[in-house]
Design a protein around this ligand. Sequence first.
Ligand code: KG4
Ligand code: ZN
Length: 363
Amino acid sequence: MKLRKVQTTPYVKILGIETSCDETAAAVVEDGCAILSSVVASQLTTHGKYGGVVPELASREHLRAIVPVVRQALEQAGTGLEALGAVAVTEGPGLVGSLLVGITYAKALCFAGNLPLIAVNHIEGHIHAVILEAGRGIELPAVALVASGGHTHLFEVHEGFRYRLLGKTRDDAAGEAYDKVAKLLGFGYPGGPIIDQLAPHGDPHAVKFTLAHMKGNALDFSFSGLKTAVLRWVEQHDLSREIEARRRAQGAPVKELLALTPQPTLDLLASFQYTVIQELLRRAAVSIEEIGARSFIIAGGVASNSGLRAAAREAGFSCPVYFPTPALSTDNAAMIAAAAFPKYHAHAFAGLDLKAKANLALA
Ligand code: KG4
Ligand code: ZN
């Protein structure tokens, strides 16, 4: 079937759909910046007991949630398919089975509503979460740090949303390091928000982590050495009883987890978080100077970390720093609809043969 010739309109409503990992999300965004609705169905209770995302379970949960989540997003926005200008969907990177659920449903909606389909890169979505809130006044070129459970990338952002990769992690992503350290110490999944809340109770300078100097691109990250250093520290201290107690208490409020965490472990968490933040901001600072950036964007799940936010504000960068609100830092569909807005006006539409791309790169 051929889609109707698209007449683009300035006040377009775009339905965004995001299913790249463990959140089923749908949102309606008008004019690229007004969020009319944003619904996120989290699968935390499904994956929490495994200490990480189980791909097969994730696809099954997306299948269960996609129809009600999209319906709710349209209802909350007070709109129907006929009032939309386009449907935008995450095409990658992510878990292929999860991406497929969103893509297939987006195609079906486009077919039923005779609407254009827009394919969005998940990482570009994270960057747009910031642009969406800060308005289009962000001055370019910008440096964007995208740090989440799946990626840790530094990009140079130019007019027309053109990106150049400056550096990326060679092994674990920053969020993945948080999740693995949390799992090792008996905290639940995801580890980032828990460590974020416990770290202020410890001394960030108590444990000194020396990170290996890497050859090659000085803007690349590496977090697996830090994870191994935490593991060594744990092996050298007998933590088996406290870890077991926390495992039994998984899912409990942070106040309870805090009571089960002795001071040396709190110091370890604070030192781990301090090291991650230093690593992220040190390379961002070099990038900002190198390209003469006029803005610094921090996005992705780790951008909701309160220690990172405070350190970035106090770092004295030569340009303003922009973060999304915590709700837009982690995976959501408003960022996908927002990233689709310039593509809509550029008539950059996808065909109904769009495929899921698990390893899609942004630049
Ligand atoms: O962007 P996101 O929702 O999903 C991916 O694209 O991966 O990011 C999820 C990641 C998880 O690893 C989680 O532990 C981490 O972001 N995260 C945090 C915080 N909130 C979420 N890491 C540190 N501090 C936080 N407050
Ligand atoms: Zn993400």
